[in-house]
Design a protein around this ligand. Structure first.
Ligand SMILES: Nc1ncnc2c1ncn2[C@@H]1O[C@H](COP(=O)(O)OP(=O)(O)O)[C@@H](O)[C@H]1O
Ligand SMILES: [Mg+2]
Length: 332
């Protein structure tokens, strides 16, 4: 049944640059399933445009968002849904995920065997968004259970007396992953699988990346509001610099063992805010450097010194060390 409510997206997102002007409003079926609005979330125009274009006009596709870890794929979908009042069924997949995790299973309730629907079926019935995180980690064989559904066909639940589930008009499928389903060429994302091309053919692909420096500046301002603007500027510059030097070389080999994500940037900002005695170099080391090997960690530290300057405390510690060493020499 069409409730004929439309949302004026330009007004709703206070943005006149959207490629889609309005869309049908989702029905408010299960309020608990609508994600909570994160007031610190900052929309990147490119992310927002692609997600809205898909949700408003899926054209029988599903949406596959690929991009580096922590660039905001999952949160962008949740925050768009939160603002539109659209229910989301979310599942993070792994190599151990099975089709029953998506469809459902029989379970005992008060001594009775009942069939409990999984997130796929719930989303199909109520017209919600099925958000499948890390889809490239799931075994292609188990993902095949989705094939018919991806094409907009009904689902037959064999294990529940062949119950037929028809997709609601507002049912949508969004997947997120670090790779495009063709394996991991960077060596960052162990466990990423080669997905079947027939499966991949059913998706609209959108490649995302870390937000622009302008957007990351406002993300940091919102998430660590008491930090000095100059420090926020330096942190964002440092993030851009580390991604530049850490980017894959001509042979596709990455220069650093871990990506510097927006999540990492927020963590470092919050560390600095919570521990005012921590220097930017110490916060960068705690929030990022310490997960790297020794050589890379030192390299990151040097880059940090170029952006933030040397640590005063460390210089004085080094000076103290020299004085002590000199005193010991004198004594001997
Ligand atoms: N545009 C943004 N505004 C505010 N926070 C963001 C933004 N992008 C990412 N984040 C934060 O960074 C973290 C990682 O984002 P997430 O969506 O989980 O990344 P991904 O799914 O790409 O790995 C989350 O805590 C999220 O709130
Ligand atoms: Mg994610």
């Amino acid at each position: 049944m069409n409730n004929n409510r439309t949302i004026d997206l330009h007004k709703h997102f206070n943005c006149s640059q959207l490629k889609i002007k309005e869309m049908e409003a989702p029905e408010e079926r299960i309020r608990d399933h609508i994600p909570v609005i994160d007031p610190n979330y900052v929309f990147e125009l490119n992310f927002l445009n692609h997600i809205l274009m898909y949700l408003g006009c899926p054209l029988h596709d599903c949406l596959y968002l690929s991009g580096p870890s922590g660039c905001g794929k999952t949160s962008a979908v949740l925050q768009v849904a939160a603002r539109l009042g659209w229910g989301v069924e979310q599942l993070t997949l792994s190599s151990r995920s099975e089709s029953a995790d998506l469809i459902g299973h029989a379970t005992l309730r008060r001594g009775e065997l009942v069939y409990e629907y999984g997130p796929l079926v719930t989303a199909m019935i109520y017209g919600e968004i099925l958000l499948l995180n890390e889809i490239d980690l799931m075994a292609p064989g188990d993902l095949a259970a989705l094939n018919d559904v991806l094409e907009g066909k009904p689902l037959t639940i064999v294990a529940n007396n062949a119950e037929l589930i028809r997709p609601h008009r507002m049912f949508r499928i969004v997947a997120t992953a670090n790779t495009k389903g063709s394996g991991d060429s960077l060596g960052y994302y162990s466990g990423a699988r080669l997905l079947n091309q027939a499966f991949l053919d059913r998706w609209r692909f959108v490649e995302l990346n870390y937000p622009s420096t302008r957007v990351e500046t406002s993300i940091l301002k919102k998430n660590a509001p008491t930090l000095a603007p100059a420090l926020i500027g330096s942190l964002v510059r440092f993030a851009a610099e580390i991604r530049r030097v850490g980017a894959p070389d001509e042979e596709g080999k990455v220069q650093l063992g871990a990506p510097f994500s927006t999540r990492t940037l927020i963590r470092i900002g919050r560390l600095l805010e919570s521990f005012p005695d921590l220097s930017p170099l110490e916060a960068v080391d705690l929030g990022f450097g310490s997960r790297l090997n020794k050589v890379e960690r030192e390299y990151v530290r040097r880059l940090g010194e170029d952006v933030f300057g040397h640590d005063k405390t460390e210089e004085s510690a080094a000076e103290n060390g020299q004085i002590i060493a000199a005193a010991m020499q004198l004594a001997s």
